[in-house]
Design a protein around this ligand. Structure first.
Ligand SMILES: [Zn+2]
Length: 459
């Protein structure tokens, strides 16, 4: 039989044990709490570790303030940021920040601060971010002003531009006015592909696309030391302006109308003689052009009105009747257009310039250097609208960047006959004639050729 006294003793000892256990646990916990580590978790990822929970809170606040004074505008973070105890048996896996600044260092690039602002969207792509709509408008205006020199011009962009207000732009992506203008006025890379066609060479593709041959090799590792095959796809990268400024305006110009030269043959005259019967006087005309410029270079010029103020008076000359001598003395050879030579024949910027560039106003008449047969009259990528005339004795001439071609292939043209008009087609930045003289298929300096014919061409 169990005495009641014995049972009481048993219960007391159980209570006593339980209390001791609780007390021991509490003392262990209190001892350990000095060593508990706290971690900052940003979007589920450990971002910083410290022993002091209060310092972490202060560090987050200070980091926020630091960012705001760095950027100069209000920022915020929309990320999920939590402070939690770090439960680990291997605390050495973490670098424990000892001071508030060390915590800031650990957090610095792990917390994204965002702000409200405006995205400048070009052709559907967010390209530049600024603080507000005024800065966005000002930066676009600066790009327009860069290319617009006329008060009366209508200015627009070739690209579609949208300004979109956003409230979660990463603070470090916001540009001030100057750097926004720099970015908008710069270049964007555009990747293009080209499929090799029958007869293509790298040289052709390079000159056609206006890219260096080395650049193509750099982009397409697989074609090094190998032959190209038809249908092969190669990569081409071209730099394009991010924004292109289109300017439209009306331009009034008073221009000379060149006089014509009438040459009469006179068998009575000595073959070297040349008599001036009537001196030519240029006429005057007033032309209104509708001009379109892209980034400051004329790309289109259309006559909308023309008024002749004074008709030209033709020049009448009488020469000795010997065609061969006339040719040799240069009378049957014509400089193709009046104007200044802006670029000579020969090497420039490491590339061969195969002719001379003669600047002239848009639409000015271009004449055949000599009589001959039109062999080419079509648009080519680099040359633009091009005419090639084949003359006698292995001689040929090319006239490039024309705005119009007036002679068809196969036509026999006479020396000095109008064959086209000055333009900016092909790879040209302003209206000019690219003029080439070829002897047996090889380009020669046109000025030297004229000299050899006894003509010193002076601009
Ligand atoms: Zn040229």
């Amino acid at each position: 039989m169990i005495s009641p006294c014995k049972k009481t003793i048993f219960s007391y000892s159980r209570i006593y044990l339980t209390i001791s256990f609780i007390l021991i646990t509490i003392s262990i916990f209190l001892a350990a709490s000095n060593f508990i580590l706290w971690k900052v978790v940003v979007e589920g990822k450990n971002a910083a570790v410290s022993q002091d929970r209060q310092s972490i809170k202060e560090a987050v606040r200070k980091l926020h303030k630091q960012k705001e004074s760095k950027y100069g505008f209000e920022v915020d973070t929309k990320q999920d940021l939590r402070i939690m105890p770090l439960l680990t048996l291997k605390p050495r896996d973490f670098t424990c920040a000892k001071t508030r600044d060390e915590i800031i260092n650990q957090l610095n690039d792990k917390v994204d601060f965002t702000t409200s602002g405006v995205a400048i969207v070009i052709n559907g792509k967010e390209r530049v971010y600024v603080s507000n709509i005024e800065t966005a408008r000002k930066s676009l205006k600066k790009i327009e002003d860069k290319y617009c020199s006329r008060q009366d011009a209508a200015v627009s962009f070739k690209e579609e531009i949208k300004l979109t207000s956003m409230d979660d732009i990463l603070a470090n992506k916001i540009d001030d006015l100057n750097s926004a203008v720099d970015k908008l006025g710069g270049n964007a890379q555009k990747t293009e592909y080209y499929w090799i066609q029958e007869g293509d060479t790298l040289w052709d593709i390079a000159s056609e696309k206006g890219i260096k041959r080395e650049k193509i090799l750099q982009l397409n590792d697989e074609i090094k030391n190998k032959k190209l095959h038809v249908g092969q796809k190669i990569k081409l990268v071209q730099k394009k302006h991010l924004l292109n400024v289109i300017t439209r305006y009306k331009d009034v110009q008073c221009e000379d109308i060149p006089y014509s030269v009438m040459q009469k043959k006179d068998n009575e005259l000595d073959i070297t003689e040349n008599k001036l019967i009537q001196k030519g006087i240029p006429g005057k005309k007033r032309t209104i052009y509708q001009v379109v410029e892209e980034n400051g270079a004329i790309v289109k010029q259309k006559t909308v009105n023309q008024e002749i103020i004074k008709e030209p008076r033709p020049q009448i000359e009488v020469t000795g009747n010997d065609a061969l001598l006339a040719y040799r003395s240069g009378r049957e050879i014509h400089w193709p257009v009046q104007g200044n030579i802006t670029s000579g024949f020969g090497w420039r910027h490491g590339e061969m310039h195969s002719g001379v560039d003669i600047a002239a106003s848009y639409g000015a008449p271009v004449v055949a250097m000599m009589s001959g047969n039109v062999q080419v009259a079509k648009t080519k990528k680099q040359y633009g609208k091009l005419i090639k005339i084949v003359h006698k004795n292995g001689l040929a001439t090319k006239y490039a960047h024309l705005s119009s071609i007036l002679v068809p292939v196969g036509k026999v043209v006479s020396s000095g006959e109008k064959i086209g008009s000055i333009g900016v087609t092909g790879n040209a930045t302003g209206p000019h004639l690219h003029f080439e003289v070829l002897i047996n298929g090889k380009t020669v300096d046109p000025l030297e050729y004229f000299k050899s014919c006894g003509i010193n061409h002076n601009n």
